[in-house]
Design a binder for this molecule. Structure first.
Ligand code: UDX
Length: 442
């Protein structure tokens, strides 16, 4: 069986390399020739732990190739995974389906008889049924009846993309009743199924919803604990202790209960907004009004961080140097899409602060997105002369910083921990004023 992967971003590049690892011949396609050139050399255009070695291994062995040619992809694949992105539309909650639609439209005329197209992108519920019709309309007339669509949402986390793809906690497959989708995907994923990964077969809309519902639940869990952080701030309680105590209840669990600056990235924020927009179209908007609150709580954490930083700067940012540790939306990633750290940095700069940002991996992407911000090549250089240090993305490198060493070069020993990831005792012992979201001051 030969596999193509359409769209080679975080999801597609990882999926392509992992399919090759499972033993398939794989062809990746992207419309960006620069990305294809980099991937063809066995390198990824982004930072994703474990992906480069896998990619290099399979590009070298010849099992994995890349192209920009749709005819080549159509001729090559028995199964085509569509991994194009669905970003939020400018000024709207709904997501932009144009990349997915254009991938389907450009691939369809080149499909061979019995080809199976598998959607992996996160799409509004109802899209698969619509895309199946579009596929049938655009495939060559003589084979259109034999082309099958399946929907197979992806649950990988950036930073753990390879591990999550090769060892998923479940495989969800939305298929057409009586079609070949289930049988073909059972074959593709046979090595994982043999390892005991649950293989769940649903209809199209349920498969689409599993993904949006999962991300909405995760976002809700984070905003729940961040709402508790607001109450902790008002009452003098400690959200870190609260979260740890809640986590002992197995019905609640400790994962995604980390209070702090909240969620960002290319998925959670835009997925909950697109979900609300879609529910509105379906006349079910009331069911999801709570997600508006989930979004607002999340955004309020960013303003609260700016407010705390202003307080620490004596009431205003003018003439103050602010070190920002972190630019990626989370550690172990160079992704800066909707990054809470950069949002806070930009707000402070707009209010007159002299901001200096450092991130171990996301500097290039951050510079492109916020060319007006100042960046420093190391954490120490970012902190030099700072009146306050903001810890906004919890990289291990920042946990390992020696507060005594850092204390020698800052103007004032004040640190704000936006991720509740530093050890307050260690920083206070080294003479720092340590403040965090949802925790009492000294
Ligand atoms: C998410 C989903 O986890 C994944 O299943 C889906 O396929 C894509 O979206 P990802 O965006 O890579 O993955 O990041 P994730 O690890 O989920 O973190 C999302 C955001 O939540 C990050 O900004 C992170 O810092 C924040 N977060 C996470 C918290 O603020 N607190 C937590 O306890 C956990």
């Amino acid at each position: 069986m030969r596999i193509t992967v359409i769209g080679t971003g975080y999801l597609g590049a990882t999926h392509a390399a992992c399919m090759a690892e499972l033993g398939y011949e794989v062809l990746g396609l992207d419309i960006d020739p620069e990305k294809i050139a980099t991937l063809s050399q066995g390198r990824t255009p982004m930072y994703e732990p474990g992906l480069d070695p896998l990619l290099e291994k399979h590009v070298t062995s010849g099992r994995l190739r890349f192209t920009t040619d749709w005819a080549e992809a159509g001729a090559f694949g028995d199964v085509h995974f569509v991994c194009t992105n669905t970003p939020q539309r400018k000024g709207e909650f709904a997501c932009d389906m144009s990349y997915v639609e254009s991938a389907f439209d450009l691939l369809a005329p080149h499909l061979r008889e019995n080809a199976v197209v598998v959607g992996k992108s996160t799409v509004p519920v109802g899209s698969a049924a619509r895309l199946a019709e579009r596929l049938a309309a655009n495939a060559p007339a003589d084979i259109a009846d034999s082309v099958e669509l399946a929907w197979n949402p992806e649950f990988l986390r950036e930073g753990y993309a390879v591990q999550d793809t090769l060892h998923p906690d479940r495989l969800v497959v939305g298929v057409r009743a009586g079609g070949r989708g289930e049988a073909v995907l059972r074959q593709v994923y046979a090595p994982m199924i043999a390892e005991g990964v649950p293989f769940l077969v649903t209809d199209y809309p349920t498969a689409e919803l599993v993904k949006t519902a999962a991300n909405s639940f995760l976002a809700t869990k984070i905003s729940f604990i961040n709402a508790m952080a607001e109450v902790c701030e008002a009452s003098g309680a400690d959200v870190v202790q609260l979260s740890a105590a809640l986590a002992y209840d197995e019905r609640i669990g400790g994962k995604f209960l980390g209070a702090g600056l909240g969620f960002g990235g290319g998925c959670l924020p835009k997925d909950i907004r697109a979900f609300m927009a879609r529910a509105g179209e379906l006349g079910a908007d009331q069911a999801l009004t709570f997600l508006r609150e989930v979004d607002s709580i999340n955004m309020r954490r960013r303003s609260r961080m700016v407010e705390l930083a202003r307080e620490q700067c004596g009431g205003g940012f003018l003439g103050r140097r602010i070190a920002v540790l972190g630019a990626a939306f989370k550690p172990n990633s160079d992704d800066v899409r909707d990054s809470p750290a950069l949002n806070v940095a930009a707000q402070i700069q707009l209010q007159g602060g002299q901001v200096n940002v450092y991130d171990p991996k996301a500097m290039d992407n951050a510079r492109k997105l916020f060319p007006g911000l100042s960046f420093a090549p190391t954490a120490l250089e970012a902190a030099a002369g700072a009146h306050v240090v903001l810890h906004l993305t919890e990289w291990q490198e920042f946990r390992d910083l020696d507060p005594a060493v850092l204390g020698e070069i800052v103007a004032e020993r004040r640190v704000l921990d936006g991720r509740n990831a530093l050890d307050p005792q260690r920083w206070r012992t080294a003479g720092w004023t340590y403040r965090a979201l949802g925790r009492p001051g000294e």
